[in-house]
Design a protein around this ligand. Structure first.
Ligand SMILES: Cc1ncc(COP(=O)(O)O)c(C=O)c1O
Length: 492
């Protein structure tokens, strides 16, 4: 290949690497298949990056299939056109007029949408159940959060949606706010009234932006809720790698411009994206989009049947429950353990030992992820394994205690950006109570900050973090993950 250009003309029929024949409707996938076939056949002498030069005898198989977008899927000069075509097709599928493919997850999408939402110093109405990436998006953009809180269900200890009345109230109290930014579905799969939130935001003349990281499949079956844009949101980010069969890191950022400016969205997106996107990631997003467009209804139907069957089976077990009913994403399987007395972290360890790692576990809750890729037999096998482990781990039934992430009552002393850049010092955690946090501390998963830069460190927050740690949770992003010390803003 010369200059990284794409050579056309190889055999496109019946490529076993494209078992469902998606390439005809997926230009980036088509380009990836072509490029990697040439590499495989020894028809490339790339004098361009990446440095592995398509060889697998140096660092080995770990780079197999790696192809840059620029100079791999197409020449550096033409790859933008190819990407635009993939993104155009995705925009059309989701009813958007602006779409970008990200290779940096919903993390990047949240940050890009923050940078597109307002001006430094402006307020923004945001759920306090936000993922850490969105909080750091606010730091980057210099936006000042007006927090809205979800309701926590005492029966499950899990968060529900942010009420529309809370958003309307926040907008009434802060009429200069530039946008409303919510997460839906929540990490545990509860859903809110997005149409109501869109109406509230639009009545106040501002856009509704939704972190829909877990919801790339929504809207593709009549028994699934509509996706955020269809419900009236102006923009959404979703991780193709979470709900769809796409490469890790693959995400889509989608918008209906008007209340948000398309050129500003582009600038915001590019400001925090790599200049060397991995073509394999982008091609997998394109392929997942083509799959959804053609087979989405059938595959989502199977997903819904599978999750319904798993919920039914799990509920037969004494003491075991699942989230279900109105206000719960029907394809989410959130397992409630408290009534069995089994400890979620021990159950998770047994699942890992059985080769069945789950997305998340804390004392009272286990969240396996079921996607379009799961067959009914596969999920049934998981369900029976889980039940067997729970039976072995049974204990005294207990009341669920809401995890630290769901019960934060923030007291903001400084805007996050100001706190992020302030001089700070490290104190023993107990001495840090009452001081202003310089750092973001989030049990992960779910990655919701319990302490955010600029928030007062309360005894309740510290106790909740210590409880999460003692229960076997990973305390992420803290300078000291043992929580012996915390970083606080230096007093002036
Ligand atoms: C609600 C939410 N938003 C954003 C993200 C970040 O997504 P990604 O891992 O694709 O960057 C996550 C990750 O789990 C999340 O749960």
């Amino acid at each position: 290949m010369e200059g990284g250009g794409r050579v056309v003309g190889d055999d496109r029929t019946a490529d076993p690497r494209d078992p469902r024949g998606l390439r005809a409707d997926a230009p980036l996938l088509d380009a990836w298949l072509t490029f990697t076939a040439q590499a495989r056949d020894g028809r490339l002498t790339p004098m361009s990056v990446p440095g592995h030069k398509q060889r697998t005898d140096l660092t080995g198989a770990v780079t197999a299939g790696d192809a840059p977008l620029y100079g791999g899927l197409d020449s550096i000069k033409h790859a933008d056109l190819l990407l635009q075509e993939g993104e155009r097709r995705a925009a059309q599928l989701w009813g958007a007029d602006w779409c970008r493919f990200s290779v940096a997850g919903s993390t990047h999408g949240n940050q890009a949408l923050s940078l597109a939402a307002g001006q430094p110093g402006q307020q923004i109405v945001v759920t306090r159940l936000l993922h850490r990436s969105l909080l750091l998006g606010l730091v980057l953009a210099g936006l000042e959060p007006v927090w809205v809180l979800p309701e926590v269900d005492p029966a499950t200890g899990l968060p529900g949606p942010v009420p529309v009345s809370a958003v309307r109230g926040a907008l009434a109290r802060h009429p200069a706010a530039c946008a409303v930014f919510l997460g839906d579905p929540s990490y545990v799969g509860t859903t809110g009234d997005l149409a109501g939130h869109a109406a509230a935001a639009h009545d106040a003349g501002v856009p509704l932006i939704v972190d829909a990281a877990w919801a790339a499949h929504l809207g593709f079956h009549p028994d699934l809720p509509p996706h955020a844009l269809a419900a009236g949101a102006d923009a959404m980010v979703t991780s193709a790698h979470k709900a769809l069969p796409a490469y890790t890191q693959a995400a889509l950022v989608l918008a209906r411009s008007g209340r948000l400016d398309a050129a500003r969205l582009d600038r915001a997106f590019e400001a925090t994206h790599t200049t060397s996107p991995a073509g394999a990631i982008m091609a997998s997003t394109d392929a997942a989009r083509a799959l959804l467009a053609r087979d989405g209804k059938e595959l989502c139907g199977r997903l819904l049947r599978t999750v319904t069957a798993a919920r039914r089976r799990l509920r037969e077990v004494p003491g075991l429950d699942v989230l279900d009913g109105p206000g719960v994403e029907p394809a989410k399987l959130t397992v409630l353990l408290a009534g069995t007395g089994a400890h979620g972290i021990a159950v998770e360890a047994d699942l890992v030992a059985a080769g069945m790692p789950v997305e998340s576990a804390d004392r009272d809750t286990i969240i396996p992820i079921v996607t379009l890729a799961d067959g009914e037999a596969h999920v049934a096998r998981f369900t029976e394994t889980l039940i067997g482990i729970i039976e072995r781990r049974r204990g005294t039934p207990r009341r669920p205690v809401p995890a630290a992430a769901w019960t934060v009552v923030p007291e903001m002393a400084l805007p996050p950006r100001e706190a992020f850049f302030s001089p700070n010092e490290t104190l023993p955690a107990t001495a840090a109570v009452g001081r202003v946090s310089a750092e973001l501390v989030a049990p992960y998963p779910p990655g919701v900050p319990v302490l955010a830069p600029g928030e007062v460190i309360t005894a309740a927050a510290l106790d909740a973090l210590r409880a999460a740690h003692a229960d076997g949770g990973r305390i992420a992003y803290a300078a000291d993950p043992t929580l012996a010390t915390l970083q606080v803003i230096t007093r002036r």
